[in-house]
Design a protein around this ligand. Sequence first.
Ligand SMILES: [Mn+2]
Length: 310
Amino acid sequence: MAGLIDLYRVRGPLFAGIDSRRERTRYSVVGAPLDATASYRKGQRWAPRSIREASENIESNGYYARELTIEEAGVYDEGDIALPHGDASEAVRRIAGVVGEIASEGRVPVVLGGEHTVTLGSLEGLARAGVRPCVLVLDAHLDLRSEYMGEEVSHATVMRRVLERVHPEMLVYIGPRAYDREEVSIASSRSGVEVIYAWEVERVGPVNAGSRARNLLGDCSEVYISIDMDVYDPAYAPGVGTPEPPGLRSREVFRILMEIVDHRVVGIDLVEVTPHYDCGSVTSVLAAKTLQEVILLAESSRRSRSRRPS
Ligand SMILES: [Mn+2]
């Protein structure tokens, strides 16, 4: 029977409800509550809390990754980064500072957005720690505009800035279906940028789409995964900043992740959940389950590798 003091203790929400000792964990969940440049629906700043709450109330096993539970995988919740409202560039600097510190400890940052702009800070932080991964983006959009509504650092330009400022060896997209002509021409002309469009996933199926992405990332020793929740069909994830039907089904995304996610994961972000436009928290719940699956797939792969005799 718990003492009375335990009954009064209220903390959280913490990611997956795990109150772990940091030194026994490898994954650092950190919230980046930014919605400075959201052009349609705002409120992504409320997402970290909403995703944490959902994550406390789903079961701790993976869908494909069934060997480990999220408690066993080793996750520590660092809390949220204090970000200014309305200054995306300063927010990116602060995110880079925090993520850089986490990565320099050899830990894997798991960034809860916030709008997609947070990915720039996260990748700049990793680079500062000497980690230069290939980048896999699941997104309805290419986010390759040079500027958007007069802003150079924005959710609609974030991958263009990543190409210019971080120079990943490979940038692979899965799920795009919304873009302008300039973005498509950049995506098709730059070496090291590959796109598996949503209709290609539909045509070849998630297993083949996933294995194509895995081949494209075959030479990468480190991989960063950015999941924009609008990659899902709005029927599965209505609470996002810029919904784009028709999109991927939840089981398709999970099957794709199973094909790709392995021990090479050095950083993860999940962005664009917009709780006030969500219905019954379905987007936050799917976001929490998606993150859990990515962590479990990465950690299971890492442990099975370290068990293997060399
Ligand atoms: Mn998007």
